[in-house]
Ligand binder design. Structure first.
Ligand SMILES: Cc1cc2nc3c(=O)[nH]c(=O)nc-3n(C[C@H](O)[C@H](O)[C@H](O)COP(=O)(O)OP(=O)(O)OC[C@H]3O[C@@H](n4cnc5c(N)ncnc54)[C@H](O)[C@@H]3O)c2cc1C
Length: 257
């Protein structure tokens, strides 16, 4: 039987940048949270608007289908026992984005996971990191974990110049910030950039995630033009324009079937 979700409480929430909200969770529910999972993903169960904690807990126990969304552990601070998750603020249409936009101390949600971290081994000649806002958390964790003498290129596609974040990347990683003001419209900014840049010599490892059609173009380029072995790539579609998460996950399953 699956373990019941933990119900986590918000300690604080604020706009990290104009389109990104950091929510910090704290409290006894985080006792025993595993270490070394920054960059792993988790499932968040989003309460209905106006639902009390008691109603939410009852609903979880009665097995009513909850709204689940996938997010990344941005940071678990063991000394403070605090968990940070960064949410793209993309409007009130998505339940997770809406929840985060209104989150304040003592709010709550259900939490399942975390999975192991996505990128843990760094033994390539250079690294290619590409991320839209939904993947900045996983990309930032990977860049922070890299050996300090790592070299490579990181391409971030953000909504506004002010969405740039300070990331503690190795000095040898060139950081590029591309602006795509309307994330609800398709973009070729990342693939155009990657195709135009000089391709460094040697073995590359990737950490790439974001909107699915962008990811498809990048995956095709890496596999067909650059012959990068799959084992050296973390590349994943995190969401898709026009689809809610369950539809997007189903589309991914259909594609790989
Ligand atoms: C492994 C993994 C890790 C992820 N980690 C993070 C993370 O740390 N932070 C994060 O913000 N997201 C992350 N995502 C993406 C997140 O799961 C999706 O963006 C999810 O759809 C958000 O749920 P929602 O309820 O806000 O919107 P949904 O109800 O799923 O969608 C509603 C509408 O919003 C659109 N939409 C969804 N996401 C975005 C977006 N980012 N920008 C613009 N429009 C969007 C959809 O196309 C749809 O039209 C991750 C996804 C995966 C698979």
């Amino acid at each position: 039987m699956k373990k019941p979700p933990h119900v986590l409480s918000v300690k604080d929430a604020w706009y990290l940048t104009p389109n990104m909200i950091r929510v910090v969770f704290a409290g006894p529910e985080l006792n025993g949270f595993p270490s070394g999972r920054d960059g792993g993903n988790c499932k968040l169960i989003i309460p209905d608007v106006g639902e009390s904690k008691t109603q939410f807990l009852e609903r979880l126990q009665n097995g009513h289908t909850p709204i689940k969304r996938t997010y990344t552990v941005r940071k678990f601070d063991e000394s403070l026992q605090e968990l940070s998750i960064d949410f793209v603020a993309h409007g009130d249409e998505g339940p997770a984005s809406r929840w985060a936009r209104h989150a304040k101390a003592c709010d709550f949600l259900g939490f399942m996971g975390p999975s192991p971290a996505k990128v843990t081994e760094f033994n390539a000649d250079w690294y290619l990191v590409c991320a839209d806002p939904s993947a900045i958390p996983v990309a930032a964790v990977a860049l922070e974990a890299m050996p300090r003498d790592a070299k490579g290129i990181a391409v971030f596609e953000i909504t506004a110049p002010e969405d740039r974040q300070d990331i503690d990347a190795p000095k040898g990683i060139e950081m590029h910030w591309l602006i795509h003001p309307d994330p609800h419209t398709p973009s070729t900014a990342q693939i155009d950039f990657i195709k135009a840049m000089p391709w460094p010599e040697g073995r590359v490892q990737t950490c790439i995630a974001g909107e699915s059609s962008v990811i498809r173009a990048l995956r095709d380029f890496l596999a067909n033009d650059k012959h990068v072995p799959r084992a050296d790539t973390y590349i994943s579609g995190y969401w898709k324009i026009g689809l809610v998460e369950d539809q997007h996950q189903q589309a991914k399953r259909d594609e790989s079937a």
